[in-house]
Design a protein around this ligand. Structure first.
Ligand SMILES: C[S@@+](CC[C@H](N)C(=O)[O-])C[C@H]1O[C@@H](n2cnc3c(N)ncnc32)[C@H](O)[C@@H]1O
Length: 462
């Protein structure tokens, strides 16, 4: 998905506009499946390619069209532990995408020196890296989602139910997933990896390469909150009282929405306009404003004193991405967090053991409200699994794509008839969400869900 997105962003396999002189010998470092290599081999039919990676997970070349496969080679090795197994000056172009979160700070210089060695004089290098982002939902949004539902648990649910520790107070932690965020960040710090390569990479890169150009970091803003699902129909036995209930609900929607949009001005303009402020339509049928997806020409920021800069294709600007794109970017950042689940668990275990050794409560665990009994036996793993599940569920709500699909003519599935109790509970839940909006803080919606840095440079012989 990311490769396809990047290709779309750059409108070519490289953001460098090579004009008629495309590179003939190319290296893709940390190639993964090798899909960039295959795509590039299609676009540049006279070039040969090496995809280099630690693990043998590349698309088998027998499955690739012969005229393309003939020009591709997969090579395996560890670029942190050994010299690159290539000749000096062998490549015209080196492509790097998505390796930074596995490269410790003290390894960058050697790695770039090696890339410099295998590049021919005048050869180009392109590096696209993203920061480790932990997307979160503001408390005002998650609090109603986590409020206990008034329903009886089934036997199987009751057996597996885990009571999550509750933070001391609403304001003590910035959001519900603070412990997971802290564990996620520790993964990088413990490995001496900078979780924000967008800020640290330019200095390592420009120490080795010349004519360095780097457009501003592409920051993908959090997508707007999805509007609420259409209200369910009241149960038949409730029909006679319906007009009264509707009047209350609708009034709340409208009056809350105008109060909210005044209070938070532009902050919630998307949310407000998508589900709250429309006076003439009920919230569930309000259409969201469409953003245009225009291309913005970035003047690359030149680093150092080079006179010549490489010519770049225009890139899309994160601010102009349509909602669909932003939802997919958020989904990808969440997937990255979830892929580190087991490593986060190891980190938590270490914190608990550390606490036992030192005979004191690790600050964040304590702050999150864990009791001593939560920290022994298999309770921590159960609670941890539940925390991750809750994070997944919350982000699923945030990424919710149903309203985008309705833009494309999909119909929402019909819901089963609700009981009176379920119907009232849903009304309560809707009101709680609207009410909770008032807790919104200025920067709740400002955190980007993804930040990507592009760097290009050249091997310059003085
Ligand atoms: C996030 S994936 C990116 C894959 C591909 N470049 C892409 O954009 O789809 C990072 C890749 O780098 C490889 N990698 C990480 N550390 C490496 C190392 N020390 N030596 C070689 N490859 C490494 C991983 O095996 C993985 O396939």
């Amino acid at each position: 998905m990311d490769h396809a997105f990047m290709r779309n962003l750059k409108s070519s396999v490289s953001c460098i506009d090579f004009k008629d002189e495309v590179p003939l010998r190319c290296l893709d470092l940390g190639t993964g499946l090798g899909d960039w290599v295959i795509d590039a081999a299609k676009q540049w039919p006279d070039s040969t390619f090496v995809g280099y990676d630690l693990v043998n997970i590349q698309i088998p070349l027998v499955a690739v069209e012969k005229s393309i496969a003939n020009r591709i080679q997969w090579v395996h090795g560890n670029f942190l532990r050994q010299k690159l197994p290539f000749e000096d000056d062998e490549f015209d172009y080196v492509h790097i995408h998505g390796i930074a979160l596995g490269v410790p700070e003290n390894k960058w210089h050697n790695l770039f020196e090696e890339i410099h060695r295998v590049l021919r004089p005048g050869g180009t290098v392109e590096c696209i890296e993203e920061d480790a982002t932990f997307p979160v939902l503001p408390r005002w949004f998650t609090a109603p989602l986590h409020a206990p539902r008034k329903r009886r648990l089934s036997v199987s649910e009751a057996q597996t139910e885990v009571i999550l520790p509750q933070p001391m107070s609403f304001d003590e932690l910035p959001h519900d997933h603070a412990l997971l965020e802290s564990l996620y960040n520790s993964l990088f710090h413990n490995r001496f990896v900078n979780p924000t390569p967008s800020s640290s990479l330019p200095s390592y890169f420009s120490a080795c390469f010349g004519h360095v150009t780097s457009p501003p970091v592409i920051k993908f803003p959090m997508p707007p909150l999805a509007p609420m699902l259409p209200e369910p129909s009241p149960p038949a036995s409730f029909e006679s009282q319906r007009s009264g209930v509707d009047a209350v609900t609708s009034t709340r929607y409208r009056s809350d929405s105008s109060a909210s949009s005044q209070a938070s001005s532009t902050l919630h303009s998307e949310y407000a306009s998508s589900s709250m402020t429309e006076d003439t339509l009920p919230p569930e049928v309000v259409t969201r404003p469409k953003r245009s997806n225009t291309q913005v020409k970035y003047e690359g920021t030149r680093i150092g004193s080079a006179k010549d800069t490489l010519s770049l294709f225009p890139l899309c600007n994160g601010d102009n991405m349509d909602d669909h794109t932003l939802f997919m970017q958020l989904k990808r950042s969440v997937a990255l967090v979830l892929s580190a689940k087991e490593a986060m668990w190891e980190e938590l275990k270490e914190r608990i053991e550390e606490r036992e050794r030192e005979n004191e409560r690790e600050e964040l665990i304590a702050l999150y409200g864990w009791e001593d009994s939560d920290l022994s036996g298999d309770a921590p793993r159960k609670i941890f699994d539940r925390l991750v599940e809750r994070y997944k569920e919350d982000m699923h709500m945030r990424v919710s794509l149903w309203h985008l699909l309705t833009d494309h003519g999909w119909e929402l599935p019909k819901r089963d008839a609700l009981t009176k109790a379920e119907y009232l509970e849903e009304q309560r839940f809707r009101r709680a969400i609207i009410e909770a909006q008032h807790h919104a803080k200025e920067d709740d919606m400002r955190r980007p869900c993804r930040s990507v840095r592009l760097l290009v440079g050249q091997k310059v012989i003085c």
